[in-house]
Ligand binder design. Structure first.
Ligand code: BJW
Length: 239
């Protein structure tokens, strides 16, 4: 086993205190994510959509990475083969824990995107409807750099290449409700990878995995990382 692709979802950040999207506490002030995370919702009611992301950006400053983020960062540092951590999460807890081989397929809360000049830039604090672009100076054209429903997730070619080349695909803390991420297991499996999921409950695509470990990411991910690193250290990897 040389090449690993990891997919994370909201469940990996739940024990840090960030809400997941679906399930009993998955609503934001009565709105489903499908109703606020769309370009149509932003055109219809930009104030509502900015309020959703401004509240989550503020919350992000109050939370810390948990044991699952830390274990994945350790794996990144110590794994001698190829590794790619693809996160659907827009929080920055993986990078704060130390992960480097990481990409955010659904964008980042800490970035803005100017619809006037196309620039993307770091953003701290509230954005709101009147935000001014730090690049071109245009006001009211800045949106969160987030991939909404109907928009193309970032870096799909790089992800697809990694999935086709991986020996092990691990999905952590995601319900399997949103595509294309929900289909990654099929690509990896089709290309011969072993597939494992770690989730609090069986995901919608659970039947497609070779193995499911059911429980909290903060407990099961460090255990799994120990197992994988022990086996790598006892069996040198041929490159
Ligand atoms: C724990 C835990 C603990 C809790 N330990 N576990 C029909 C079929 C196929 C596709 C489609 C379709 N109709 C429409 C589509 C496409 C659409 C889609 O998938 N829709 C579905 C609703 C069906 N997808 C898209 O539009 C995507 N783009 C696309 O397909 O582009 C191609 C294209 C473009 C244009 C034209 C034509 C084609 C874009 C998807 C963008 C998703 N964006 C969001 C919001 C933005 C980011 C943000 O605001 O944060 O991303 S939606 C939201 O869901 C967010 C998440 O990243 C994403 C996934 O959620 P996740 O992470 O799985 O969270 P939950 O809450 O669902 O699950 C958490 C899990 O953790 C649960 O299972 C818990 O049990 C578990 N858990 N605590 C371990 N402690």
């Amino acid at each position: 086993m040389k090449n690993i692709v990891l997919l994370t979802g909201a469940g990996v950040s739940a024990e840090s205190g960030l809400a997941t999207f679906r399930g009993p506490y998955g609503l934001w002030e009565g709105h489903r994510v499908e109703d606020v995370a769309t370009p149509e919702a932003f055109r219809r009611d930009p104030g509502l959509v900015h309020a959703f992301y401004d509240a989550r950006r503020a919350r992000l400053e109050t939370v810390k990475p948990n044991a699952a983020h830390a274990a994945l960062a350790r794996l990144d540092a110590e794994w001698p083969g190829e590794l790619l951590l693809v996160t659907q999460n827009v929080d920055d807890l993986h990078e704060r824990a130390g992960s480097r081989r990481l990409l955010h397929m659904h964008g980042e809360l800490t970035k803005g995107w100017c619809l006037a000049c196309g620039e993307r830039f770091r953003w701290r604090g509230p954005m709101g409807e009147d935000a001014c672009c730090p690049s071109c100076g245009e006001q009211g054209q800045v949106r969160p750099d987030i991939v909404w429903f109907g928009e193309m997730p970032y870096e799909m070619e790089r992800i697809d290449d990694a999935l086709q080349a991986c020996d092990l695909f691990l999905s952590i803390g995601t319900s399997g409700a949103v595509y294309p991420a929900a289909g990654f297991v099929q690509t990896a499996r089709h290309c011969g990878a072993r597939t494992l999921e770690i989730n609090l409950e069986p995901s919608l695509g659970s039947f497609m995995f070779d193995e499911s470990r059911i429980g909290k990411a903060g407990e099961l991910v460090p255990e799994w990382v120990d197992e994988v690193l022990q086996s790598a250290h006892s069996r040198p990897i041929s490159r």
